[in-house]
Design a protein. Sequence first.
Length: 293
Amino acid sequence: MDDEELARAFEGHRPHLLALAARTLGSMSDAEDAVQEAWFRLKKHADDPIDNLGGWLTRVVGRICIDTLRSRTTRPKATLDDWADSLVVTEDDDGPEETALAADTLGLALLVVFQTLRPEERLAFVLHDVFAVPFSEIGPIVGCSTDAAKMLASRARRKVRQSPTPTGDRRQRREVVDAFLVATREGDFEGLLELLDPDLRWHRFTPHGHTVTIGANEVLSALRTKSIDRVEARRVNVNGEPGILVWGPSGRPIALMSCTVVDGRLAGIVSVLDPARLARMTLPARARVANVD
């Protein structure tokens, strides 16, 4: 196979490889690096007999993903850096961009859970539960037996299920977020309490690290201490789910929230509270005010 044929064959597999790496790593830039590295390795083996190019490339990208995830564990306070470049924030409507976004990205709540998985668990789960790769093929990729690969995916699945899964259609989830915004602006704490799940999990990511609190009262306490009338907030779409973007008095974005709505209540919130990082992101304009009446 000459260079042109090899490149053409590789490009045919690139979308699958990029999707696999992006879902495993939670970072599009890292995923692109992984796929590029797979191409370099393929060129080195261009003269080797490869019966199943797709399977070979999947194994290579899988191993690269594991190495990347392992390297992250040596970096302190790297959680936000590992996935922040994959945040995609758009207007929250039913256009084709938002529909594609919901299908092609991981929600922030799932990204947070993924940070708790071991590299092998994470890859085994993605390969089997997302891409339907059989465990007999997953085992060699993660370096274990078929039965051990099943256990890795099972452990990951149990952890993933601890993350609340959105219910209701997108319109219903938006309505809950809109009601939350209205109640916050009006200082209606009784109304807020009705909108918040009692066991709500609130993840906050700042330049200094990650904290998580549980319970609706934690959110209410935080809102009571904020000068709500000095900020502007509106609904946006964050990786396919309704969220909230907040601007401070200076007009700069100061907070981004992704909301998980379950049974008509907010069951999970992931907040990025890093103005410097938000200033570098492509975000919807402040001027457009959502209709939440």
